[in-house]
Design a protein around this ligand. Structure first.
Ligand SMILES: [Zn+2]
Length: 447
């Protein structure tokens, strides 16, 4: 097969499957996708007959072109421990498996690991990643530089902790001011870089490790810079008990962040499994976004999100791998964990079958809904004219139960294979703004 185009403009012939902003789906068994010189999608439609076909086209059939996955929640320094420590409670797992790794994530470690991580995300089909770094300014800077060089779309933040910190060097009286200053320096340097491909997220870890002042001041800085603000909430019973103890005046966990002025459309709350009805209503009211991380929630026995009820309430949700709370980098694997979780909730009578998401709904959650959670639904998340060409090519034959079976024709069946039988090698190419990303192996791997 001819080598893939490394940059725009180009035209591809393939199957096309994409959610559309109007709620429908683009599903072309034989499609044409054209990318202009600026890396925007010019056209995504049925293969034209006769003279309308472009003179030069890369034929990717039987590959499927889809929008790239959006991972709303992950931790770059934790990746080496993915798959380790299942079943521990959150706070013990953090102490034993995570804080030592994050403490060691200095500039040289980040310079080595971050490029590998971004290649691995691209190989898994993720073209937008929202990540926590470690406490350190210099390794966060190195992670941004790696994302800039790789080409992936990224939102990254330096972790902030002024209570229960793994920084053993700093004077307690200097933590807050230093963390705010370093975060603001990083935001000034990186937020909006490369015409908005890179963004900054102020990143107080969670209420257990942050004072009310740190939460409030970080939210103020995020608003001032127009940056994101991300944290964790209501993941695990031990964590929730600790927050209730530390913030006795708060009416519930969400109220700790609400009081800090941190809830809004640029806020990404990870997990949010055990919210009360009041908290659900307040998340919806403030337009805060939730990163649903079901693979992590199963791995750490944290709980099962009542996703159907949250969606019915109007919550804006996307999916997160939560490496290394989650064992796998693939958002397709996260979809499978989420689908299994919802089945268990049905079996235990907590959810009703009519609430259940269908495979195409999971694909939409991992793409366009994730983009919407970041306010990027007009930019990425679907293959529509005018959007930036953030997309992937999947060889669906990798998901077939028997070698070289023809992939299903019906979109719902194809999506079902991708969600329930994702294969680590099925993503063959990934582009951001029409630029080919390093990581995926290229088409033609199965025959
Ligand atoms: Zn996390």
């Amino acid at each position: 097969m001819t080598p893939l185009p490394s940059g725009p403009p180009f035209a591809l012939r393939a199957r096309i499957l994409s959610p559309m902003a109007d709620g429908g789906w683009l599903d072309e068994l034989d499609g044409l996708l054209e990318v202009d010189a600026a890396g925007r999608i010019l056209r995504a439609a049925a293969w034209p007959s006769g003279a309308e076909a472009p003179a030069s086209v890369f034929d990717l059939r039987p590959h499927v072109l889809m929008p790239g996955m959006v991972d709303l929640h992950t931790h770059l320094p934790q990746i080496p421990n993915a798959g380790l420590g299942s079943g521990l409670d959150l706070l013990t797992w953090l102490d034993r498996y995570i804080f030592p790794l994050e403490r060691a994530y200095d500039r040289s470690v980040a310079e080595h690991q971050a490029p590998l991580a971004f290649r691995a995300f691209a190989a898994a089909g993720t073209t937008t990643v929202v990540a926590y770094s470690a406490l350190w300014e210099d390794s966060t800077d190195a992670a941004f530089a790696a994302a800039e060089a790789h080409g992936i779309r990224a939102v990254i933040g330096k972790v902030m902790m002024d209570r229960l910190t793994y920084d053993t060097e700093i004077e307690p009286g200097e933590i807050l001011e230093t963390s705010l200053r370093q975060s603001e320096e990083l935001a000034s340097r990186w937020h909006g870089a490369d015409a908005g491909r890179l963004s900054y997220a102020f990143t107080p870890r969670f209420a257990v490790t942050c004072s009310a002042e740190m939460l409030r001041e970080s939210a103020t800085l995020a608003a001032r810079h127009g940056a994101y603000w991300q944290t964790h909430i209501s993941e695990d019973a031990g964590e929730m008990g600790e927050v209730a103890r530390l913030f006795p005046q708060a009416r519930d966990y969400l109220d700790v962040y609400d009081t800090a002025g941190a809830l809004g459309a640029r806020t990404i709350l990870a997990h949010a499994i055990h919210l009360s009805a009041r908290e659900v209503a307040r998340v919806v009211e403030t337009e805060a976004r939730v990163a649903h991380c079901p693979a992590s929630n199963l791995f750490l026995s944290s709980g099962m999100m009542p996703l159907g009820a949250y969606r019915a309430a109007g919550m804006e949700l996307g999916l997160g791998s939560d490496l290394a709370g989650g064992p796998e980098i693939s958002i397709f694997s996260v979809m499978r964990a989420g689908a299994v979780t919802q089945r268990v909730l049905e079996l235990t009578g907590t959810a009703v079958r009519t609430d259940a998401l269908r495979p195409l709904d999971w694909i939409r959650l991992g793409t366009l809904d994730g983009a919407r959670a970041l306010g990027l639904e007009g930019t990425v998340g679907s293959l529509e004219a005018g959007r930036e060409a953030d997309m992937i090519a999947i060889d669906p034959r990798f998901t077939s139960p028997l070698p070289n079976d023809d992939p299903p024709e019906a979109a719902e069946d194809l999506a079902s294979r991708l969600v329930f039988r994702p294969h680590p090698n099925m993503v063959r190419a990934a582009w951001v703004r029409g630029r080919l990303l390093a990581g995926p192996p290229g088409p033609g791997g199965i025959g």
